[in-house]
Structures are given as C-alpha cells and as structure tokens.
Design a protein around this ligand. Structure first.
Ligand SMILES: [Zn+2]
Length: 541
C-alpha cells in the first residue's frame, strides 16, 4: 500500500495555484449576481493571500531540516508494504527490491531536501550578493526547483539594491540556483553530463529510467548553459598563462614534491570535420549565385600523456591510465593555447623528452614548432606507409602483385630511416609515368622531403625487437615503449565523433563548442570545476 501523506504533492507553483483559483472563482461568479460575484472573488483573493502569507511565514521560520514522527512512521509503513508485496511474489528479484526501496525513500528525501534548502535560504544574510549593500523593500516569494528527489518549493526573501539598481534573491545565489534555471545544481550537472554523452532525445529517456524528471528541452538548455560555464572556466584556465611570471609560477608549483623519475611526454595532434548549419535555409539562393554552402568545418584536437602512464591490459590491449585532451572548433590558435596549457598541467616543464607525433599536416608542425620548439617531431609511421601504398596503387594498380613487389622494399627502407633512398626510388619512377601520374607522384615526393627529418623509426623498432628477444640494453628498454604512430589521437577523435558526427546531425558553432568543452572537461578529470558538488571521478580514458 501507499500512504496518502507520501504520495507526490501537486506540482504547482504559487502562480499556477493563483491562476487556477481565479479561474474557479470566475466560473462560480458567472452563476451569481454581480454583487455576489464581486464579494466571492474578493474573498477568494484574500483567502489565497493569507494562505500564501502563512506558508511564507512558516517556511521562513524553519530552522531545522527534519521529518516529523508521523512522516517517518508513514514512510516505514510504506516501505514495509512494498517489501511485503515483493516477498509475496517469488518471481520478483533484487532488482524489484532496489526499485521499490528507491521509490519509497524518494518522498521523505524530497521533504528533507526541501526543508534543508529552506533552512539554508533562511540563514543567508539579507544583503546584495554583488555589492554587499543593504537590500530595500523586503518581500518573500516561493519558487519551485526540480531536484533529484522531485520538485522542491522554497521561499526566498528578496529585495531591491539601490546601488546596483536590481532586485536580488540572495538565497538563490547561496543555493546555486540560476535566475531562470528551473533545475537544481545536481540536475544541471547531470543534464550536462548526459547531453555531452548522447543526443538529448536519448538522454531524456535515460534520465527517466534513472528516476530523474527532465524534459528534452530542459536537458538541452541546461547542457548548453553548463557548456558556456565550462567555456568560461576554460578561458580562465588557459588565461592563467598570459604572463611569463604566471608560467614560471606554474612550473614551480608543478615541480614541488619529490622529484619525479625522468619521463617522456607525448603530444599527438589531429583534426576531423563536423557539419554545421551555416546559411541554413539559403542553400537554393547560394546555389543560384554559383556559391556552394560550406557545411563542414574542422575540429582541432590533441592529446597529451606521459609515456610511463601507458600500459597494457591483461588482454594485451594498450591503455593510458592518465591523459589530457584539447578539442575546439575555434581554430588552430585556440587549440594551440589549450594544448599548451594542458601540456604544462601534465608535466611539460619536467619532461626529459617531449615527443610530438602526427600525420603530415603543415598546420600541426607549425603549431609544434611554435609551442614546443624543444620537442622531437615524429611523422606517424602508418601515414607514411599509406603514402607509399598510394603511389604503388596509382602506378601498378590496386591489389596487384606488382604493386606489392614494388612497395615492399620501400616500406622496409622507411623503417630503416632510409628516407633519402625512398625519395630516390620515387624520383626514378617519375620519367616512366604519364603527366597526371607524375603530378601525383611529385606531391608524394614533396611529402617525404618535407617530413624526412621526422621519419626516425629505426631505433624504436630495433629496441622493440631486442626487448622481444630479451636482448635489450638499458638504453633500449625505455625506447621500446615509444609510439611510432598517432593511434592515441586517432582513437580520441573517433570517440568525439561518436557523439558529434552522427547521421543527420547538424550543429552550430556555439552549440558544438560548448558541448565539446563539457566533454573535454570530463575527460580531463576536471568535471568538479563545473560544480564543486561534483567531485571528480576518474576521467574516462
Ligand atoms: Zn548591489
């Protein structure tokens, strides 16, 4: 059985209540004489006002959050009744016990949360939260906030600050409630987390299953609001490095504590594209003007980790126990600043060696040169190999034994750091080709020429082999763990794409940037920066 005192109270704000009462009064009044109608209306309004005043007085006098004895008894009775039903049904398992106990405890928790919030609101000093000056024209107003336990009605004292020229609700600041946000800080945070992981229409169903009453629209709005908050935090975080003194200070802070054993810091950089609603609805018009609407834009990404944080699972799968991310739609400069800050936080100042690994994109190496001039640069080996295969397919045909025979020694030469020989082989091929093929080949030759200095794989591959054979020297042991490919950033890009590049998805720059910022905050293990109540759990690496 369920008890009446524990059933969910009507979810109505005082304004809705007043409107309903007025409608009822109007209906009654239309059936009476004009004088009687007027009297009845006045009575109803006065009754409502005195009920409100009594509720406000009772709420603002509350000094302790507790349940009355009768409420506790009602809850225990309700819980017993639910358990009895479960015991009477042998087919109901632990899942049913979990469900029913959670439901049973929700209303007592709602009452306690409402009262605790009220006590907290009552204790807030009555002055302007911005200038700390006194507030005038004291009044009380109630507000309904949706919490993890259901709707909470909270009365707050408010007043006018003559200095700021604004009305203020000091309790709202103390409780972490936004001016217009109807959700509690916990629900705000959960909305942000859910929507950064999945589309809002799915998130709303997941939230419901978890017992949280969130609407699709509310979820989306709240996630965006939290995303903007995350961006503000990120701006501040990155901006901590605007002066040389600040950088020095950060370096000193990072160097505190016992000296760390020498380590290598790996930075991997890449980009992927996202579809946005540029010139939405103007496609036809643009096409008529001979222009093509551009919908795909680059998202720039990087990841940074210490090599000694890389390990293997029992199933031999490579894992990183800690790593940092930077991701942005706001251009290479924005990525550069975010990545540099992240690298400093992950030990850039202390690393014995910094290694940047990426494919051959020019912007990446410019960024690396600019921000990490001390770093060793390495071209992703698999990208280099792909370029050779492209030539083989172009000249000898895709999948032919000739292509295979031509490419095999060159692949080995790349692994032996003989890039010069590879370039020579490509150049030899050139006179035998058609003009169009020559052009493609020239591009590939230039690719290898530009990246020759970054194509040093031999010592790493040799060290790996020596380790496998148990013959590695002390110098070779750490080298064997060096990556030759940029798999870490490629997997990171894929993970972001799983959320941001779904079929039929279109974004706006403010929308995707805010959400991406949330995702990055979570991955970097700084989620609690969004809301102090959300103590960070281990980042999902
Ligand atoms: Zn003020």
């Amino acid at each position: 059985m369920t008890t009446s005192s524990l059933t969910r109270p009507p979810v109505q704000s005082s304004r809705q209540l007043r409107r309903a009462q007025t409608r009822k009064a109007t209906r009654a009044a239309t059936r009476a004489t004009p004088e009687a109608q007027g009297r009845r209306l006045t009575e109803i309004i006065l009754d409502a006002a005195s009920a409100q005043a009594a509720a406000a007085a009772q709420a603002t006098a509350l000094a302790k959050a507790q349940l009355a004895e009768a409420e506790v008894q009602a809850w225990l009775k309700d819980m017993d009744a639910r358990l009895e039903v479960i015991f009477a049904h042998p087919e109901q398992n632990l899942g049913e016990i979990e469900e029913q106990l959670a439901r049973s405890v929700k209303e007592p928790l709602r009452l306690l949360a409402q009262r605790a919030a009220q006590v907290k609101a009552n204790a807030v000093p009555y002055h302007c939260p911005e200038c700390q000056g006194p507030l005038k024209q004291q009044r009380d107003l109630c507000r309904t906030i949706y919490s993890r336990f259901g709707p909470l009605t909270i009365w707050r004292r408010y007043g006018f600050c003559p200095r700021c020229g604004q009305w203020h609700f000091p309790a709202d600041y103390a409780l972490g409630l936004g001016r217009k946000a109807p959700a509690s800080p916990y629900l705000q945070e959960v909305s942000a987390l859910l929507v950064s992981k999945m589309p809002a229409e799915q998130a709303v169903l997941v939230a419901q299953r978890l017992g949280l009453d969130l609407s699709r629209c509310g979820l989306h709005q709240e996630a965006h609001r939290q995303g903007l908050k995350a961006q503000q935090w990120r701006t501040q975080f990155v901006g901590q490095l605007d002066t040389w003194e600040q950088i020095q200070q950060l370096g000193r802070a990072a160097a505190q504590g016992p000296p760390a054993p020498p380590f290598t810091l790996v930075i991997e950089i890449d980009a992927w594209d996202i579809r946005e609603r540029d010139d939405w609805g103007k496609t036809q018009q643009l096409r008529q003007q001979g222009k093509k609407p551009e919908r795909w834009h680059w998202v720039y990404m990087a990841t940074v980790f210490r090599l000694d944080h890389r390990g293997q699972t029992a199933g031999q799968r490579a894992v990183l126990t800690q790593r940092g991310y930077a991701a942005t739609r706001l251009g290479v400069e924005a990525l550069s600043a975010q990545l540099y800050r992240e690298a400093l936080a992950r030990g850039l100042g202390q690393a014995q060696l910094v290694l940047v690994i990426a494919d051959g994109a020019l912007w990446i190496w410019n960024l690396a040169q600019d921000r990490f001039p001390q770093a060793r640069q390495r071209l992703d080996l698999f990208h280099a190999e792909e370029h050779l295969w492209a030539v083989a397919h172009d000249v000898y045909g895709r999948g032919t034994p000739e292509a295979q025979a031509w490419v095999a020694p060159l692949l080995q030469q790349i692994r032996d750091d003989q890039t010069v020989a590879v370039i020579a082989s490509l150049a030899e091929l050139k006179p035998r080709l058609l003009e169009a093929q020559q052009k493609t080949l020239q591009t590939q030759i230039e690719y290898f020429e530009h990246n020759a200095a970054r194509m040093k794989y031999k010592e790493v591959l040799q060290a790996r082999k020596a380790c496998q054979e148990g013959k590695a020297t002390e110098e070779q042991k750490p080298l064997a763990n060096h990556p030759v490919g940029s798999g870490a950033i490629e997997s990171a890009c894929r993970q972001y794409q799983c959320r941001f590049k779904r079929t039929g998805q279109f974004w706006t720059t403010p929308g995707d940037e805010a959400l991406m910022c949330l995702e990055t905050l979570w991955r970097n293990g700084r989620w609690h920066q969004l809301d102090p109540h959300a103590r960070s759990q281990a980042a999902l690496n």
